[in-house]
Design a protein around this ligand. Structure first.
Ligand code: THU
Length: 157
């Protein structure tokens, strides 16, 4: 028996201005995407923004429904919009922001497991890493690839 360890490296930034320019632009797009949130039940507004390989940015926001499972997270709303409208373009990076009444969360918004699985598959489809940027009102986390937030991904059928 050998004990193994999985180590995850990521970058923490203290504010938006500290981010590299491309990431800062995407982070601001994710924050502005929160305006599209429809969250009459949770009142938690989430925005996501994806940068494609052609430089285009696609936004998404969480959409809730009275039949709860029919709603969808901001990340998947954005990924499915990007996949449907730009099927030949790679998703290079996704940024996520969330909050209540226009105020960003105190800690970065971390995507749910289902969204991570969908990210993983678009990353596999692209054959190149998709970075994930999680935003809060102060610190920002950047993971260079989806594997870092979903180790031992299932992607092999
Ligand atoms: N939500 C997202 O859109 N993304 C996340 O990463 C976390 C959760 C949404 C789903 C639901 O509309 C609301 O936030 C509360 O869970």
């Amino acid at each position: 028996m050998t004990e193994k360890q999985i180590t995850i490296k990521f970058h923490e930034y203290q504010n938006l201005e500290e981010l590299p320019e491309q990431d800062r632009i995407l982070a601001k797009e994710a924050i502005s995407a929160m305006k599209g949130s429809y969250a009459p039940y949770s009142h938690f507004n989430v925005g996501a923004a994806i940068r494609l390989s052609n430089g285009k940015i696609v936004q998404g926001a969480n959409q809730e429904n009275a039949a709860f499972p029919s709603g969808l997270c901001a990340e998947r709303t954005a990924m499915f919009a990007a996949g449907a409208n730009y099927p030949d373009k790679d998703m290079e990076s996704i940024a996520i922001a969330g909050g209540v009444m226009g105020r960003l969360t105190k800690s970065p918004v971390t995507p749910c497991g289902a969204c991570r699985q969908v990210m993983a598959q678009y990353q596999t489809k692209a054959g190149r890493p998709m970075s994930v940027i999680m935003i809060s009102d102060s610190k920002i986390w950047k993971f260079n690839r989806v594997d870092d937030i979903l180790p031992l991904i299932f992607d092999s059928i």
